[in-house]
Design a protein around this ligand. Structure first.
Ligand code: SAM
Length: 276
């Protein structure tokens, strides 16, 4: 099966480093594949999996959507095509709650595609509250849903914390970890801590989880913000650290190009990479 595009947009999506990650995995012979911070699944969808795959995320609506896409893609599409990319339709659909799983998934994908920047944000009552995105060139192709469904057949999907599959991990399995950022520099160069989403304690817990993966004789790849605090937490004896850069547009009206850096930590040996 070939690489396909994610069917949703996701903050922190890793499409831009797919090529490097696929190269790092190279010819590695691994058994099961785990991705416990699934989001839009850029890496999962880019890889060829002849293995058992275990995907998960803490976002319940997201995982429900994946399950509906896996099990009933055409029912999801039948609901989805009824919606229009207008402000009226957007706010009407946003205010609705559906019981039917296919309809819930169609709503989730529609809001994701037409909202401002595809953000996922809920208010205190757990209601999605991102404004309409006014995307003029919206042209969502439903074949993405069908392709994703095919790739998700036989894949296990769960909504839980990243340690949820811990007891299943065994020798020669591969775990890809892409947590939310906790630290970044603000425009003055000061460190910002994102305590609500994923705290610095969570990063330490993740580091211990990686120690567990290594003790089991399994492989891991971690992507994280290129920041000294992160390097200190995740630097492990004998493992590799790579740094990737890309230019990114920030700053609204006074938009300026800036360099975003990402660390990749892994215990996959360099020999696994192919030279293509
Ligand atoms: C950076 S995003 C992953 C992006 C993904 N790799 C992609 O390409 O779209 C991080 C994800 O972690 C999830 N998350 C946050 N805290 C978590 C936790 N404690 N356990 C598992 N998932 C969590 C978020 O819901 C989010 O989808």
């Amino acid at each position: 099966m070939t690489a396909i595009e994610p069917f949703i947009r996701w903050a922190g999506g890793k499409t831009w480093i797919v090529k490097s990650l696929v190269q790092i995995i190279g010819n590695l012979q691994y058994r099961k594949y785990y991705e416990p911070f699934l989001g839009g699944g850029a890496i999962f969808f880019a890889m060829d999996h002849s293995h058992n795959c275990y995907l998960s995320d803490l976002n319940n609506e997201l995982i429900e959507t994946y399950i509906a896409v896996r099990d009933m893609p055409h029912a999801v599409i039948d609901h989805f095509v009824k919606y229009n990319n207008t402000s009226e339709d957007y706010y009407r659909i946003r205010s609705m709650n559906f019981d039917d799983p296919a309809e819930r998934a169609a709503r989730f994908i529609f809001l994701n595609q037409t909202s401002y920047n595809g953000l996922y944000r809920v208010n205190r009552k757990g209601q999605y509250n991102v404004p309409y995105g006014r995307r003029e060139h919206w042209n969502y192709n439903c074949t993405k849903i069908v392709a994703a469904s095919q790739k998700l057949q036989k894949v296990k999907l769960q909504c839980f914390d990243f340690e949820g599959y811990k007891n299943r991990i065994n020798e020669n399995d591969l775990v890809f970890l892409d947590p939310p950022y906790t630290v970044s520099h603000n425009s003055n160069g000061f460190i910002k801590y994102n305590q609500n989403l994923f705290s610095i304690e969570d990063q330490h817990r993740l580091s211990q989880f990686i120690d567990f993966i290594k003790r089991k004789g399994a492989y891991y790849i971690l992507t994280n913000a290129a920041h000294p605090v992160i390097r200190e937490i995740f630097q492990k004896n004998g493992d590799r650290i790579l740094e990737l850069n890309r230019s990114s547009l920030i700053g609204g009206k006074k938009a300026a190009r800036t360099i975003v850096s990402e660390y990749i930590f892994t215990n996959i040996p360099e020999e696994a990479e192919n030279d293509e």
